[in-house]
Design a protein around this ligand. Structure first.
Ligand SMILES: C[S@@+](CC[C@H](N)C(=O)[O-])C[C@H]1O[C@@H](n2cnc3c(N)ncnc32)[C@H](O)[C@@H]1O
Length: 211
């Protein structure tokens, strides 16, 4: 298990993730605050009508509870993660009347086809050994008319940027994705309205599954 994956399974890291690690490290690599990322997630998933939301690799639930609170009445949010310490932290810090947490692997989601009408995965595809399988699973569980949103790493095209990304990969074990990987996967899976933004070393995508 590489350094990044070991961190995600450490109780001390789960304890400080939401308040210290997430706001600091993501701001350093993207210039984005967690508040901005949360607001964009609510918009991207179109929570102005009640949605059953699946937050994949939810960590300590730092998006899951927020998405449930911003969801229209009648909606529900489910957070799924592989790490027991992260899920323990989620249940301690981010519970609510319309939130639940389950343990599972993003590469084999324990849900039937089309069972959620909003599916997201933030800050995690670069940690998962088969990220494209995980992205296909996201599409599989997305209902017709549903919305999908991801944030993940972005590999710069120029030589210097590639060298920086390669160094980070070698040190902490996260991978970087060219900007065409996820748009192509979404389009090939039949999704429409594919939108992509890049902020620093992160890319953000959203799309719709047609009715
Ligand atoms: C950096 S945290 C992201 C938490 C939150 N989504 C956010 O954006 O702040 C990455 C999470 O991915 C989870 N993870 C990694 N591989 C996974 C897998 N195969 N299935 C489910 N969760 C996984 C880790 O346990 C960790 O909680």
């Amino acid at each position: 298990m590489n350094f990044a994956r070991r961190l995600m399974n450490h109780p001390a890291f789960a304890l400080v993730y939401e308040r210290v690690w997430r706001p600091t490290s993501f701001f350093l690599v993207s210039g984005r605050t967690m508040g901005a990322d949360r607001a964009d997630a609510v918009r991207a998933l179109r929570l102005d009508r009640p949605r059953t939301v699946l937050d994949i690799a939810c960590g300590p639930g730092n998006f899951t509870r927020h998405l449930s609170e911003k969801n229209a009445p009648g909606g529900h949010a489910v957070g799924i993660d592989f790490s027991v310490p992260m899920l323990r932290q989620a249940r301690a810090d981010n519970t609510g009347p319309d939130v639940s947490y389950v343990r599972g692997d993003a590469r084999r989601l324990p849900f039937p086809d089309g069972s959620f009408d909003a599916v997201c995965c933030f800050g995690a595809l670069y940690l998962i050994p088969d990220p494209l399988v995980a992205a296909q699973e996201m599409v599989r569980v997305l209902a017709p008319g549903g919305r999908i949103a991801i944030s993940t790493s972005y590999r710069y095209r120029n030589r210097f940027g590639r060298a920086v990304c390669a160094a980070i990969s070698a040190i902490i074990g996260v991978r970087f994705f060219d900007n065409d990987v996820f748009p192509k996967l979404f389009v090939e899976a039949g999704l429409v309205d594919v939108e992509q933004q890049v902020h620093g070393l992160l890319q953000y995508l959203s799309a719709t599954r047609p009715e």
